[in-house]
Write a protein that binds this ligand. Structure first.
Ligand code: PLP
Length: 400
């Protein structure tokens, strides 16, 4: 009676949950655990955005809205794409969904059939393959390993595309690696994509505003105008504006696709929360001055953690250009034994031993389709990061 649907049976439970559960258990047992697993900024939503939400409630903006977004929010999104990315979109080309995640899922539901393939560079954000599977499609992984600085190469992209490819996903800056693609990187990938006119492209630009060292963010539709007609440029307020709980994501692309996504929403979620939509209007149209000090704080944490990891034998951690993650390759620890006597045969063992013996929770690379590595989030306070860094180094130095 209660058996899962075939679609759900194809989806695996999140490997990250095992780590979080164990971390919670250890904490409950009184152990001093530092969690570096979180995928959200530790900052609060800026006050002017909260005020806009309060005003929306007070002025009665509490009813159904247009299914795929308020006209005012769609206008703000068009202005954002013009201002930040030099992209021209009309409001009819814009979708607003209850988070970035549902934007992707709505796009997949609207377009995928069983047997279709979705090309996903690995390491990848955990939900891409599972959302493709839920729609009956097949995820196809294109390796972007540590040897390529975790960036998809044109060769790996070409090799992954088949006549059944329906979507290619690009995510920059990346979760889990923080690596970002320059305009030239994207042009090289675009040259491949131009040869495959049956392919739609999703660019997940969630971390656009969280970049360091003067990195110039670029997005595919901007650098490859030939691909504009089959690119869905996705973004959202969750990360840049510290609004993960408000649930607003958005995308712009071909009008036909946007209409199809609205049809999905009209029979499933209906509109995203009206109050959150008004808050997002204020976020996109408002002052962005808060980003600079926040990014400076993130960058200082990134640098201090990377400095520590240099002294951790067995780890290789490329310097990420953005987001708030470091992805450390831990191939050098595999085959060793931890100080507590655990044989480290995989990244899962490394993360388990690190948590059990040093009380540091990180997410194993396996969860992101990369076998020997782990992701740590530095969106946490300086003192905790400092201590976590020391513990990771001690753990690696003791493994033999
Ligand atoms: N895309 C990437 C790469 C992410 O890391 C996340 C959140 O973790 C999302 C999309 C989803 O964002 P939202 O919380 O708006 O659904």
């Amino acid at each position: 009676l209660l058996r899962a649907s075939e679609a759900l049976s194809r989806v695996k439970p999140s490997a990250t949950i095992a780590v979080s559960q164990k971390a919670r258990q250890l904490k409950a047992d009184g152990k001093d655990v530092i969690g570096l697993g979180a995928g959200e900024p530790d900052f609060d939503t800026p006050d002017h955005i909260k005020e806009a939400a309060i005003n929306a409630i007070r002025s009665g903006q509490t009813k159904y809205t247009n299914v795929d977004g308020l006209p005012e929010l769609k206008e703000a999104i068009c202005a954002k794409f013009k201002r930040d990315n030099g992209l021209d979109y009309a409001p009819a080309q814009v979708n607003v969904s209850p988070g970035g995640k549902p934007v992707i899922y709505n796009a997949f539901l609207a377009t995928l059939n069983p047997g279709d393939e979705v090309v996903i560079p690995a390491p990848y954000w955990v939900s891409y393959p599972e959302m493709a599977l839920l729609c009956g499609a097949e995820p196809v992984f294109a390796s972007a390993g540590v040897e390529d600085g975790f960036k998809l190469t044109p060769e790996a992209l070409e090799a992954a595309i088949t006549p059944r490819t329906r979507w290619v996903i690009l995510n920059s800056p990346s979760n889990p690696t923080g690596v970002a693609y320059t305009a030239d990187d994207l042009k090289a990938l675009a040259a491949v994509l131009e040869r495959h006119p049956q392919v739609l492209i999703l660019t997940d630009d969630m971390y656009e505003h969280i970049v360091y060292d003067g990195f110039e963010f670029a997005t595919l539709a901007q650098v490859a105008p030939n691909l504009y007609d089959r690119t869905l440029t996705m973004n959202g307020v969750s990360k840049a504006y510290a609004m993960t709980g408000w649930r607003i994501g958005y995308a712009a692309g071909p009008e036909k696709l946007i209409k199809a996504m609205a049809k999905v929403m009209s029979q499933t979620t209906s509109n995203p929360c009206s109050i959150s939509q008004w808050a997002s209007v204020a976020a996109l149209n408002g002052d962005h001055g808060f980003l600079k000090p926040r990014n400076a704080a993130f960058k200082a944490r990134r640098d201090s953690m990377l400095d520590k990891l240099k002294h951790a034998p067995g780890l290789i951690a490329p310097t990420p250009e953005g987001a708030f993650y470091i992805f450390a390759d831990c191939g050098g620890l595999i085959g060793k034994t931890s100080q507590g006597g655990q044989f480290l045969k995989s990244d899962l063992d490394v993360c388990d031993a690190l948590l059990t013996e040093e009380g540091v929770a990180v997410v194993p690379g396996t969860a992101f389709g990369a076998s020997a590595g782990f992701r740590l989030s530095y969106a946490t306070d300086d003192a905790a990061l400092e201590e976590a860094g020391k513990r990771i180094v001690r753990f690696c130095q003791a493994a033999a």
